[in-house]
Ligand binder design. Structure first.
Ligand SMILES: [Zn+2]
Length: 437
């Protein structure tokens, strides 16, 4: 038995493995980036060697890091700049600010701030659509944060000044660079059917197919979008995407608020993934996605925060709690979406949906060590009868004490170890003075 580099001991281990095993007084042994064993603390003491770092998780819950399947993280720069508007006027105003202020140096600060926020709140993987993805990827490399991102498609010349006809060539460079990266998973991120013409949507899909990577886009977020796209192309966003060959099991559609029954069936048939973003949909007045109907039809559903201008934070606990209670209230049915189902949506199920099921999403031997520790000793978490109930209805982001990604400790007892948070905050505050003007 090889000694572990790190051994997390004496925690309540919520594995999210196939059996959904819970281990009281549990331990997780880590060698390098990987988990080599998860089990009772007593049975794993053989992994202790002279150099093993013991992480005492007494009084803490140990679980896989959370997976956010839709965000625009570096938009953290503009948080609170545009609120209380519908999507269309909201986007117009946000895009003005983005065009004016987004450059590699500003995106770097925004990405640092956002990744600090995500790590602090227990998110260890995010699927991100944003300008200058190479900058966010570099920030993630330094932070040790697991990022899925890649080339953006948008018909108009945008902050990165890349003409749309050059996006595929530039995108290919990004995919080549990160194709085999252990931390950055490249993907292709055309914005939507209303901002990208069919020709470039098809180019984006061809690029994703060439590298066998995932493609993500917005779809059917508002009623107005559905009308616009239907008038322009004679069919709704999901039907339009399907006609272009873009609904596959490697497609993640953000939102899907306005879907007909036949479109839900289509997404289930195509095994397409939906990223449900309830906070953003409510705040922008976009509507309420038919999440229970999608799940009943067999659509793969996951959860996202959306960007910090629409949601207005990157707090997956808020997204989880909202997803769990919203549909109960709307449909007057408290049995919809159990707490355990929602925890699966942000761990094991999300990992599979993103094509990362062999790497992350559960605490089991052979998986990479993306792990968070949650302090269970605080008043709002005592007593505890059902662990999933607490995770959805009681835990908040400040309860996350420690986070590891690929075996590297990125936060220890609320101290960030890989991001210079103070300098990121100072840089963003300085920039914000210009943005505010
Ligand atoms: Zn979005």
């Amino acid at each position: 038995m090889q000694p572990a580099d790190k051994l997390i001991m004496h925690g309540l281990v919520v594995t999210m493995d196939d059996q959904l095993s819970l281990i009281d007084d549990g331990a997780v042994a880590i060698v390098g980036a990987k988990i080599v064993a998860a089990g009772a603390s007593g049975s794993l003491s053989g992994f202790i060697g002279p150099a093993t770092e013991i992480i005492d998780a007494t009084g803490q819950l140990v679980m896989p890091g959370l997976i956010n399947t839709h965000t625009h993280a570096a938009d953290a720069l503009f948080r609170g700049l545009v609120d209380d508007l519908a999507l269309e006027p909201w986007l117009e105003r946000l895009w003005v600010a983005e065009r004016k202020f987004l450059r590699p140096d500003t995106v770097q600060f925004g990405a640092q701030l956002a990744q600090a926020e995500m790590i602090r709140s227990g998110t260890t993987t995010a699927l991100d659509m944003f300008w200058f993805p190479e900058v966010s990827a570099q920030v993630a490399q330094a932070a040790g944060f697991r990022l899925m991102t890649g080339p953006v498609y948008f018909d108009l010349a945008e902050p990165d000044k890349i003409p749309v006809e050059q996006r595929t060539a530039r995108g290919r460079e990004f995919l080549q660079q990160y194709q085999h990266d252990p931390l950055i998973t490249p993907c292709v991120t055309p914005h939507s059917t209303y901002t990208v013409s069919p020709q470039y949507l098809q180019e984006a899909q061809a690029l994703a197919d060439e590298f066998g990577v995932l493609l993500t886009t917005h779809a059917s977020e508002t009623a107005k979008e559905v009308t616009t796209v239907s008038e322009r192309y004679g069919q709704s966003p999901p039907r339009h995407l399907d006609a272009l060959g873009m609904l596959t099991e490697r497609t993640v559609l953000a939102h899907c608020v306005h879907l007909r029954g036949d479109e839900i069936e289509l997404l289930a048939q195509r095994q397409t993934v939906v990223a449900h973003c309830p906070m953003s949909n409510l705040k922008l007045g976009s509507g309420i996605a038919p999440l229970p109907q999608m799940r009943q039809a067999g659509v793969q559903t996951t959860l996202g925060t959306d960007g910090p201008v629409s949601s207005n934070d990157l707090d997956m606990w808020a997204a989880m709690r909202l997803a769990a209670v919203l549909h109960k209230g709307v449909q007057q049915n408290p049995t919809l979406l159990s707490a355990q189902e929602v925890v699966k949506m942000v761990t094991c199920d999300a990992a599979i949906a993103l094509g990362l099921g062999d790497k992350i999403g559960s605490l089991a031997a052979g998986k990479e060590a993306d792990i968070i520790l949650i302090d269970l000793s605080r008043p709002h978490l005592v007593p505890r009868y059902d662990v999933y109930s607490h995770l959805i209805y009681a835990v908040g982001r400040d309860d996350v004490a420690t986070a590891l990604i690929r075996g590297r400790t990125v936060m220890q007892q609320r101290q960030l170890l890989t991001i210079d948070e103070a300098s990121a905050i100072a840089a963003v505050q300085e920039l914000a003075q210009q943005i505010a003007q």
